[in-house]
Design a protein around this ligand. Structure first.
Ligand code: DX5
Ligand code: ZN
Length: 221
């Protein structure tokens, strides 16, 4: 199954002191959704932000689609908080909880789109029995925790295999990639079967976000 490509600027790389303006600029420049990285300094080494910041963004009037990527262990609590704060989709990590199915079902009940992320070393077999529960599979292309890393090449055949498994099972499930996505490699990643591209440093380091977004789209055309 082929989905239209979506560009998801990751605010981890934006000027957080101007978050609301940065989110609006990312979408008016051609981004499709805002990627919001929640990190707890336990599941991943870094500490970022959580539901209160998303609440503030909503209070400030930002109405765009927010895709929350939870890289944290307290999954059940954070799912509730992020949904209440105004998330449109919530992705949890397979590796972060023993009760993946329960957390995915809860995200659905809370009215959000459902995402499941897998780290580089996690085999696709591990998620076989929850594929019916998800709208999007996030195949990590780096070890999560920091922006500005290089894509790990082993992720490319994994994306291909994931697309085959999803198609064979008749699952209308998107494949997102996160980490090291750049103008220079986005086409290769798309050809492997990904359709939703998280872009952090290569997007927000651009002097003109609209020009950069057009460069991504040109690669995908
Ligand atoms: C890292 C985050 C990513 C990060 C990607 O753990 O999940 O969303 O922002 O940043 P870049 O695009 O710079 O690799
Ligand atoms: Zn992310």
């Amino acid at each position: 199954m082929k989905f239209p490509a979506r560009i998801a600027p990751s605010i981890l790389a934006c000027n957080l002191a101007r978050l609301s303006d940065e989110c609006s600029a990312a979408l008016t420049s051609g981004g499709d959704l805002i990627h919001f990285d929640v990190m707890d300094s336990i599941f991943v080494p870094n500490l970022t932000f959580g539901a209160p910041l998303l609440s503030s963004l909503r209070k400030d009037g930002f109405a765009g689609f927010v895709d929350v990527h939870i890289m944290a262990n307290n999954v059940d609590l954070l799912v509730e908080d992020c949904a209440a704060a105004g998330a449109n989709s919530i992705t949890i990590h397979f590796e972060a909880t023993s009760h993946v199915h329960r957390a995915l079902s809860r995200i659905r009940t809370l009215g959000c789109e459902v995402g499941l992320a897998i780290n580089i070393s996690t085999p696709l077999d591990a998620i076989e029995y929850v594929l019916d529960e998800i709208d999007m599979l996030l195949v990590m292309t780096i070890n999560p925790g920091f922006g500005g890393q290089s894509l790990i090449p082993a992720a490319l055949p994994k994306i291909e295999k994931a697309r085959q498994i999803l198609d064979r099972g008749g699952h209308a499930t998107r494949i997102q990639v996160d980490g090291g996505v750049k103008v220079a490699n986005i086409r290769t990643i798309a050809d492997a079967g990904a359709d939703t591209f998280v872009v952090g440093s290569d997007f927000f380091s651009a002097p003109d976000y609209a020009v950069r977004c057009a460069e991504f789209r040109a690669q995908l055309a």
